[in-house]
Design a protein around this ligand. Sequence first.
Ligand code: EPZ
Length: 426
Amino acid sequence: MDKIIVKGGQTKLQGEVEIEGAKNAVLPLLAATLLASKGEVVLTNVPILSDVFMMNNLVDHLGTSISFDQEAKKIIAKANSEIKTTAPYEYVSKMRASIVVMGPILARNGQARVSMPGGCSIGSRPIDLHLRGFEQMGATITQNAGYIEAKADKLKGAHIYLDFPSVGATQNLILAATLAEGVTTLENAAREPEIVDLANLLNKMGANVKGAGTDTIIIKGVEKMHGAKHSVVQDRIEAGTFMVAAAMTQGDVLIKDAIAEHNRPLISKLSEMGVNFTQEETGLRVVGPEKLKATSVKTLPHPGFPTDMQSQMAAAQAIAAGESVMVETVFENRFKHLEEMRRMGLEVDITRNTALIQGNSNLQGAAVKSTDLRASAALILLGLVAKGQTTVRRLSHLDRGYYKFHEKLKALGADIVRVKDEDGEE
Ligand code: EPZ
């Protein structure tokens, strides 16, 4: 595996950066292609990420034949009149997001057999809300030998109230409801932009989904679905990560085609810290101040502050003047990056899901390892401003969600390289 070496110091990031299509949109979009029984779904603006290759392999294994033109960032998913019922362990165990193939399989075949997704470093990540929703739509759920099995002669529309606005559960239940008999209402549904993107594709494929982006989504079941063309929505978390990079380095960066609407809480918090935003013709210009002011953040489901920006924002709080507070309310164990940042001199007190961060402008570069996808980016951002050299290992996490991350930072002026890691871990 590789490692990234970044030299901190006086780098002020300057220039323009292009943002890829959203990882957290394209994965459910690929699962949605399983619902078409004829035609082709053509996805453009597809990000080239390891998670996309994994979902491609699973969807292709299930029967929708996938061809991925990486040059053109385009996927053609050719529908199959039949799809398999089992999503095997070797696919699902590698990526928990695979669980969203369960809804389409159940909708198409009246049964689904999906390997239990593993937990992961940020929490146990159960799927009880997914399964309870399927049961309310008439499926019987059993579990054996590490597989979840769902059976329903024909899924029936139901009125489902989600205890928590789970993104995955909302996606899985929308997917299942598109071919169910009758109307399904999802209350307290997730409102993320990726849910809207999924509903847009499904409606192009012949489904009838209304209310995506609000907390009540109504899906009228249809008989069949067909091919469509769709461009993947821009990745608001990659865009947000570069906004924080500019903020931390007194930078002046234009985030091309950024959708400010998708990052309201982040923009509001960074503005509180002294960052300047200007909407321009070709994108959003982000200018970082001489010194960031401390601020308090609490992560919440959309439209609240996104948990996927928590570690990057913590890196900004680490160098801000004064004491900041970070409260993580979405996942139960998403502060591991703070332990790694302590190695760089971060002073932080952690009590359950609350971190008190003492801003410090004398952080020192160190050897650190990333603990999850977003933590990787956060550690690299901190390395941009810490004195000396920071080495970040376990880049397999980074490659799941960021395309050419170090190259994009280098193009903005960062002193950063990615090299083979002879004595590194994975
Ligand atoms: C999606 O995960 C994203 N992943 C995550 O992004 C993101 O952090 C998360 O939504 C929240 O925004 C993808 O879209 C592939 P949830 P998901 O279901 O769907 C609990 C990244 O870095 N919960 O909204 O798994 C769960 O334990 C990744 O790109 C249940 O209790 O998130 C968690 O505490 C990380 N029961 C909370 O809800 C359930 O049945 C949020 O989970 C489902 C979830």
